[in-house]
Design a binder for this molecule. Sequence first.
Ligand code: 13P
Ligand code: SF4
Length: 350
Amino acid sequence: MNETVSPEQIALRPIQVPPHPQWPELSKSEHEDLKLRIKKLLKQQDAVLVAHYYTDASLQELAEETGGCVADSLEMARFGSEQPARTLVVCGVRFMGETAKILNPEKRVLMPDLNATCSLDEGCPATEFSQFCDQHPDYTVVVYANTSAEVKARSNWVVTSGIALPIVEYLAKKGEKILWAPDKHLGHYVQRLSGAEMLFWQGSCVVHEEFKSVALERVRRLHPDAAVLVHPESPEGIISQADRVGSTTALIKAVTEMDNREFIIATDGGIFHKMQQLAPDKVLIEAPTAGEGATCQSCAHCPWMGMNALQNLETVLQTGNNEISIEPAIREKALIPIQRMLAFAREHGR
Ligand code: 13P
Ligand code: SF4
C-alpha cells in the first residue's frame, strides 16, 4: 500500500531552482534581423505569440508588434481561444502552455522551452495531491492555475490570482469548504479577505518567497511617499505592507492609476517593462529580496520565465519542436474547472 505524504512533508522537499539563463548579447542589427526572421516565421506558420509580463522585454515587444498579447495568466488563457491563428506560441511557463492546449485542442501549442516550469507546479505532484483530496471528500477543490493538467483534472475550480478572491467568496457564500492548492500565501490571503473555511496545500513561489518584510520596512522609510504594490504570492509580512495587492495586470493598472510618483514593487522584475512603458514618469523600485547577509536564488527574476528568449523562439518556429500534448482523458477533465473559471469571469465582468 502507498504511504500517504502530507502537504507539510512535501513542502520540505527541495525544489531544484535552475540558474537564471544567460542569453548571448545581440548587437542592435543582430537583434533586428532576428526579430524580422521571427516575424516572417510567425506569418508562414499562422502563429501568434501569447506572452506573460515576466518574460524578456524583447519578447513582449515582439508579441505586441505581431498581433499577439502580453498579459497575466487569466488573459493569456482567454486570448488563445479568441485567436483564429492555428498555432499559439506561449512564452511563459509550462502551465500556461498546457492551459492554452486544454482550451484549444485543435491548435498546435508550442513553447520556446518545455523545461520552463514553476515552483508551485513542481511542489504539487498529482498523485500525492489526489490522495490529499481523497482524505477530504467534503471539500470543494480549488487549484491555482500554476499547476499541472493532472492536478487541474482533480479539481472543481481553477483560479488565477486575478479571480481567486471573488470565486472563493462566491463558494464561501454557498457554505462550501475549500481545499486550496498549491500556493499557501495566496490561499491565506484569500482566506483573510473572504473568511472562507479552507484547508491548504503548502506550496510557495520561490521568487515571491524571497521578499523580506524587515528589509521592505527599511525601503519604505527611505521612500515614505512610495506606494507598495504586491503580488499575492508574497508572504503575509509583505502583503500586510501593501497599498495594492493584485495580479500582474492589477499591479500594472495601479501604477497608471495611482497618483504616487514612486512605487515599490514586490513581484518579478519582468513586470517593470510594461509599467515603465505605460507610466514613463513614475519611479519604480524593486522590493528587497533575501534579507540580511543572505543571498537570493532568483532575486525577483523567475528563472523559468527567463528560459524564453528570441533565440529559442526562432528555433521552435523553425523546427516545430516543443509542442504541448496532453492525454485526452486528462484534458477533458481539466477543461471543466477552467471553463467554470472563464464562465465566472464573463458573468461577473472580470
Ligand atoms: P498572474 O496571473 O498575476 O500574471 O501571475 C502568474 C504568476 O505566475 C505570478 O508569479
Ligand atoms: Fe511560478 Fe513564481 Fe515563476 Fe510565477 S514567478 S511562474 S509562480 S515560480
